[in-house]
Design a protein around this ligand. Structure first.
Ligand SMILES: [Zn+2]
Length: 107
């Protein structure tokens, strides 16, 4: 008996979630800023410093936190994991909704 391709897809999606366990909420933000030191390269207003931030809702309020340079690649990936998690959840819910409609039809 051949497997249901939707169930196979759902199983594959569920199994992919474990790899996303380090996901972080919110969005990744890059801010350009001048540091204010008159002799710095940023003083021309063009070669500004990059400050990376994570923007999240905490208790319903938008908050922004600086990301130390050393953690930028990791945090960027962790925020991307959340996007993939949400995409997988949306796909799983779509499959389950179709299954619900089918089940209802066949009652
Ligand atoms: Zn500067």
């Amino acid at each position: 008996m051949p497997g249901d391709p939707e169930l196979e897809t759902r199983g594959r999606l569920i199994r992919s979630l474990g790899a996303l366990r380090d996901m972080l909420p919110g969005s990744f933000v890059e801010r350009k800023r001048a540091c204010g030191r008159p002799n710095c390269h940023c003083a021309d207003g063009k070669n500004l410093h990059s400050q990376f931030q994570i923007s999240v809702l905490l208790d319903g309020k938008p908050r922004t936190f600086n990301i130390p340079a050393k953690l930028v690649p990791k945090v960027r990936q962790q925020i991307e994991m959340r996007r993939r998690f949400d995409a997988a959840a949306t796909a799983i819910c779509g499959i389950n909704l179709r299954r619900f409609f089918k089940e209802k039809e066949n009652l």
